[in-house]
Design a protein around this ligand. Structure first.
Ligand SMILES: C[S@@+](CC[C@H](N)C(=O)[O-])C[C@H]1O[C@@H](n2cnc3c(N)ncnc32)[C@H](O)[C@@H]1O
Length: 263
């Protein structure tokens, strides 16, 4: 008798609409977008400034439909690989990379980063630089032992992942395991640049509600240490009162950390 297999619904593949998610990134129009982008872009800029992290290959894990997280890194890494779990997110990324009609307008964020880097007028040049640096957009599943399978890449000098662990991992143990999976994509002494939101239990994408895994600083420190990472920097801010009224999500603050793989 054949065993009946029950399969969890593929929530992200079925329900995550990139265009709705990108509402979170309408800078200068939405206080939550400004809160997230100002914090993240400031720390990415400090991390990848001249004299900061640099190398050949950088992989962004769970890119979603967004590119803000790569705007500073594209100045100091020769090749970038973007990844996401869903087909629609990868298509949305390709739309921006190939300047296709309907692509999201990232220019307010790009101008902001150029200003942080000391040259606001360079924004169009930076967009082109990023488009050239992104060599591939791959399927990724951080819950798998080998997240990029069947593709095999050389070990990366740096991994970025923003707002992905708390979205993808159903339990704290799954999150610890995901960090171990990510470690295998990184060369010894390479860097993991991890950012996200603290204590999130849900977030809305349009009218769809997504569960999230509440993370806190203590857990992150322990899980990174357990997986052979040394934290070099951890920045955090509480959620600003202005966005606390926004009921699209219940996060309590944001974090940005840089960790090094020990060996
Ligand atoms: C909140 S979004 C973050 C997107 C983007 N990194 C950002 O900073 O806005 C969470 C992303 O995690 C992706 N995701 C969900 N499950 C995943 C998995 N098992 N492996 C990798 N990514 C996953 C989703 O497709 C989605 O793009």
């Amino acid at each position: 008798m054949a065993l009946q297999q029950s399969k969890e619904p593929d929530v992200y593949q079925e329900n995550f609409e990139p265009a709705s998610y990108l509402d979170y990134y309408k800078m200068n129009q939405d206080p939550m977008a400004d809160e997230i982008l100002h914090f993240m872009l400031k720390h990415y800029s400090a991390t990848f400034k001249p004299g900061g992290l640099e190398g050949k290959l950088l992989i962004d894990i769970g890119s979603g439909p967004t590119i803000y997280q790569l705007l500073s890194a594209c100045e100091s890494f020769q090749e970038i690989v973007a990844t996401d779990y869903t087909d629609k997110n990868r298509q949305e990324l390709e739309k921006w990379l190939k300047k296709m009609p309907g692509a999201f307008d990232w220019s307010p964020g790009v101008k902001y980063v150029c200003e942080l880097e000391g040259n606001r007028d360079r924004w169009a040049e930076k967009e082109e630089r990023l488009r050239r640096a992104v060599r591939q957009v791959l399927k990724c599943d951080i819950l798998k032992e080998r997240p990029l399978e069947p593709v095999a890449l050389l070990p990366a000098d740096c991994l970025i992942s923003s707002l992905c662990l708390e979205a993808a991992c159903p339990t704290l143990q799954a999150c610890r395991d995901a960090l171990r999976h990510l470690r295998s994509l990184l060369r010894p002494r390479g860097h993991l640049v991890l950012s996200g939101a603290f204590e999130t239990s849900f977030y809305m994408v349009g009218d769809k509600r997504f569960s999230a895994l509440p993370l806190d600083e203590k857990f992150l420190r322990e899980a990174l240490q357990e997986n052979g990472f040394i934290i070099e920097k951890l920045e955090k801010v509480p959620r600003v009162p202005k966005t606390c009224l926004d009921n699209r999500s219940d996060y309590t603050g944001l974090f940005f950390l840089v960790a090094r793989r020990k060996d």
